[in-house]
Design a protein around this ligand. Structure first.
Ligand SMILES: *[C@@H]1O[C@H](CO)[C@@H](O)[C@H](O)[C@H]1NC(C)=O
Ligand SMILES: *[C@@H]1O[C@H](CO)[C@@H](O)[C@H](O)[C@H]1NC(C)=O
Ligand SMILES: *[C@@H]1O[C@H](CO)[C@@H](O)[C@H](O)[C@H]1NC(C)=O
Length: 182
């Protein structure tokens, strides 16, 4: 009798475990599907620190409250307008531009960023408004997409940017952007 009840208990536990595994597994599948279903756009943001022939600098220090012109100095305000290209190569087709501002935060090497990502392609013709509290050392950063115009009207979501080329010791840096819209 005791053994039988233990066996029943064991079965009940296995049953629960299987249900738990099934829930976890399904949840993962649903999440993965949701993630890919909502991925709408992929492009590359090309930032040029120092002007080169045919590639003007994309960032400009507009104001410095303290006189410290370091990119990282709190109290500075920068203006930028990066070039949006289809691919990572700096000769890849230009499909838009990304005007915006950058402000170094008090915490070293972090910035408050805002951009108007304006695209003109067969599929997308409009502007996405994006914001980020940006860590410059991070391999990737997440942006909130707060709205848009044109084909982006009423859209919301998020974007992930990842370093794709260039950076320290070069004149430019390129970021891959993946945009998920809802
Ligand atoms: C200027 O700002 C940078 C970045 O915050 C800092 O590392 C540096 O010490 C500052 N320079 C002076 C002279 O305060
Ligand atoms: C363009 O990319 C090539 C290859 O990565 C690089 O050698 C060159 O310096 C880049 N030119 C500019 C202006 O960024
Ligand atoms: C893109 O949108 C603008 C303004 O809404 C419009 O003037 C322009 O003709 C559109 N371009 C294309 C290729 O649809």
């Amino acid at each position: 009798m005791k053994m039988a009840s233990n066996a029943v208990k064991f079965q009940a536990c296995t049953g629960l475990l299987l249900v738990a595994i099934a829930i976890c597994f399904n949840g993962g599948v649903v999440d993965a599907r949701r993630h890919t279903e909502h991925k709408q756009l992929e492009f590359y943001l090309h930032e040029q620190f120092v002007s080169e022939p045919g590639y003007p600098a994309t960032d400009l220090l507009a104001a410095s409250a303290t006189g410290n012109t370091s990119t990282y100095a709190f109290g500075n305000l920068g203006i930028s307008e990066q070039v949006v290209r289809e691919g990572v190569s700096n000769t890849s087709t230009i499909i838009g531009r990304a005007p915006g501002t950058f402000q170094p935060n008090m915490e070293e090497r972090t910035f408050a960023l805002y951009k108007l990502i304006t695209l003109q392609t067969q599929e997308w013709n409009g502007t996405l408004v994006v914001f980020c509290d940006w860590l410059s050392e991070a391999e990737s950063n997440e942006w909130t997409v707060v709205g848009g115009t044109g084909t982006f009207r009423m859209m919301r979501g998020y974007a992930i940017n990842t370093k794709a080329a260039g950076g320290a010791g070069t004149n430019s840096i390129t970021f891959k952007w993946e945009v998920f819209l809802y």
